[in-house]
Design a protein around this ligand. Structure first.
Ligand SMILES: [Zn+2]
Length: 214
C-alpha cells in the first residue's frame, strides 16, 4: 500500500505547477534588450523595477520590456537615502516615476520596489502613503546576490539553489539589470526550467511579499 501512496504523492507533486518570479532592478540599461531576448528564448517572463531617469534615457527598452509580455514596476528616482527623507518622499518618487512611464506607454504601474527593499528603511507611515495611493510594495524571498562584490557564477548559482530550497511559497528572485547577470542568465534559466519552474511576470492582483516595516 505504501509504495502506491508514495507513487501517487509523487505524481501529484509533479503535476503541480511550480511558479517563480524573476525580478530585475535598476534598469533599463544597455543590457535590457539582451535580457529580454534571453528570457524570450527560454519562454520566460520577468518583472523589471525601473528607475525614472532611465525610462527617459532608454524609452525603447521600456517598450521592449512591456511589449514582450514582461511586467514593469517602479524603483523610484534617487536610488539613495534621499527617498526615505520624509513621510511622503517615497510616494512622491514613485508617483513621478509612474507619470514618466505613463507618458511613454499610456499606462503606469502600481508595482513598487523601494531601493534596498522595504525592510531597509521604509517606515510604516511611508508604506501607508504608498498603499493608500494604490501602490503595491514588492520585496523578494530569494536573493542570489548577483550584484554583491566580485561576481562568481558558481557562487551566485549556489545562492540561488539554497534560496529556492529554503523558500516558503512561490520564489520571488532578486536580480539586477547588469552585464554580469545577463551573462549568467542562460545558466539560471536552464536550471530553473530543469527544476520545473514556470517563470511568470508579477501582476497587480497578486498578494505581494513585503518585509517587516520599521
Ligand atoms: Zn536597486
Amino acid at each position: 500500500m505504501l509504495p502506491l501512496m508514495l507513487f501517487l504523492q509523487h505524481a501529484f507533486a509533479k503535476e503541480e505547477k511550480k511558479v517563480a518570479y524573476l525580478t530585475f532592478d535598476d534598469g533599463p540599461t544597455l543590457n535590457t534588450p539582451d535580457i529580454v531576448d534571453t528570457l524570450s528564448r527560454y519562454d520566460a517572463k520577468a518583472t523589471f523595477f525601473v528607475l525614472e531617469e532611465r525610462i527617459k534615457l532608454y524609452p525603447d527598452f521600456i517598450k521592449k520590456i512591456a511589449y514582450s509580455g514582461n511586467s514593469i514596476g517602479l524603483h523610484g528616482i534617487s536610488h539613495s537615502e534621499a527617498i526615505y527623507e520624509n513621510e511622503t518622499s517615497p510616494l512622491e518618487e514613485m508617483k513621478k516615476t509612474e507619470k514618466t512611464l505613463r507618458n511613454l506607454l499610456g499606462s503606469g504601474s502600481k508595482l513598487v520596489r523601494v531601493p534596498f527593499g522595504s525592510g531597509y528603511r521604509l517606515t510604516k507611515a511611508q508604506a501607508g502613503h504608498l498603499t493608500d495611493n494604490g501602490y503595491i510594495i514588492w520585496d523578494w524571498n530569494v536573493d542570489p546576490r548577483d550584484s554583491v562584490g566580485k561576481i562568481v557564477p558558481e557562487k551566485v548559482m549556489g545562492n540561488l539553489r539554497r534560496g529556492l530550497s529554503s523558500c516558503d511559497g512561490a520564489p520571488v528572485i532578486l536580480l539586477h539589470d547588469r552585464k554580469s547577470t545577463l551573462r549568467m542568465l542562460p545558466i539560471m534559466l536552464e536550471y530553473l526550467a530543469k527544476e520545473g519552474y514556470t517563470l511568470l511576470p508579477i501582476n497587480e492582483k497578486q498578494t505581494p511579499i513585503t518585509r517587516v516595516l520599521h
